[in-house]
Design a protein around this ligand. Structure first.
Ligand SMILES: *[C@@H]1O[C@H](CO)[C@@H](O)[C@H](O)[C@H]1NC(C)=O
Ligand SMILES: *[C@@H]1O[C@H](CO)[C@@H](O)[C@H](O)[C@H]1NC(C)=O
Length: 360
């Protein structure tokens, strides 16, 4: 599958090697071993219940998706696709689609029961770029980046709009145990967190649109994990369960430091516009938060928009001393009529913000 054109000009040999195409599943291993720098996954049908194994790509590989990539149906845990390597470009060609055809698994129960549903794409990439991908209708979790360093994800469209009534736990971009990962200029239409980060540092979520899901989230924090230097900026969260959120598990330990939410527009949020709570998995003031996860130097600036009448605009529910060094400014989230008591706001926080929380 390799075409080499060698041009001899005096003593100079110029070698132009073309791409290797994979349109049958049994061609993958050979493609990974070949010396072509470009691997094109083209109109591939992945058999049921097996991994599309794009791991350990040679450094410098460009992995392209072309046409429609589909998967057989089986109840299993997945992931359906794994991509790993260093100095890799992963990109979609115009018109391509990676189609999970998730409706075959969707039963309204997500990861909590019913059919066993495979997670979809997992990345473990260093010094790499992922761009221009179009992913549709995944059974559950869409796009997970774990143990990644220096990764840029740009212009990736995660579209589970068809899962509106039956898709669940279809988290969009999950980033964990990673350093220096940026997700930008992307769009997620799903039924769980649009973006979540449960461990890592120097993680950015910039200029993205989130529709239908559960907003932009840090956590759930526990297990002594650390999240530091995370920024979400210039994003819209539309028609979603929550807007922006930090959740830490009750009776567990972790650390959240230097998180910034800046220039976030919320629209038609159903439950909480801004929520920071230390009693996860509860998301109501029914039980007390615990103090094992300090939340230091949180910045919430220029967060504005609307919550539906049945929800609460802002809700902070933390044990005393957990929050420190917060800066809250220009927050105007309105429309929610539910007044929830707040707890554990640090001293000196914006007065309007405190009042919107309601009183204990
Ligand atoms: C962070 O990752 C990007 C690629 O997304 C890279 O260009 C940049 O140099 C990295 N920054 C550091 C400090 O390593
Ligand atoms: C807050 O936003 C609402 C509409 O979303 C607007 O009517 C109100 O004037 C804004 N308040 C401030 C202080 O900007």
């Amino acid at each position: 599958m390799k075409f080499v054109i060698s041009v001899l000009v005096g003593f100079l040999v110029v070698t132009i090697s073309s791409a290797v195409y994979v349109d049958r599943f049994d061609q993958i291993e050979a493609a990974k071993k070949s010396n072509d720098k470009v691997i094109v996954i083209r109109n591939l049908q992945v058999p049921a219940g097996v991994l599309l194994d794009l791991q350990n790509l040679k450094p410098g590989t460009t992995l392209q998706f072309e046409g429609r990539v589909t998967f057989g149906y089986k109840e299993w845990k997945g992931p359906m696709v794994r991509i790993s390597g260093k100095n890799i470009i992963v990109e979609g060609k115009p018109g391509h689609l990676i189609d999970g055809e998730g409706a075959r698994w969707w039963d309204g129960l997500g990861g909590a029961g019913g059919k066993t549903k495979p997670t979809f794409i997992e990345l473990k990439l260093d010094d790499s770029i992922v761009r221009n991908l179009h992913v549709k209708n995944t059974p559950v979790q869409m796009f997970t980046s774990s143990f990644c360093n220096n990764l840029l994800i740009t212009n990736v469209n995660l579209d589970n709009e068809d899962g509106k009534s039956k898709g669940r736990n279809t988290d969009g971009f999950a980033v964990g145990l990673s350093k220096n990962v940026t997700v930008q200029n992307s769009r997620v239409y799903n039924q769980d967190d649009c973006f979540c980060c449960g461990a890592g540092s120097d993680i950015k979520f910039i200029n993205n649109v989130c529709i239908g899901g559960n907003g932009i989230s840090i956590g759930s924090m526990g297990n002594n994990r650390v999240v530091e230097r995370v920024e979400a900026r210039h994003c819209q969260v539309i028609d979603s369960f929550n807007g922006i959120r930090i959740k830490t598990r009750k009776n567990d330990k972790a650390l959240v430091k230097d998180v910034t939410f800046d220039d976030i527009t919320l629209k038609d949020i159903q439950q909480r516009g801004v929520i920071v709570h230390g009693n996860y998995p509860s998301w109501r003031p029914t039980d007390d938060p615990t103090d094992g996860c300090p939340i230091k130097n949180l910045v919430i600036n220029n967060v504005r928009g609307t919550v539906k009448a049945g929800g609460a605009n802002t809700w902070i529910w933390l044990a005393n001393g957990v929050a420190s060094g917060w800066k809250v400014s220009n927050v105007n989230v309105s429309g929610g009529k539910l007044k929830l008591p707040c707890k554990g706001l640090p001293a000196g926080i914006d007065k309007n913000f405190q009042e919107r929380c309601g009183q204990i």
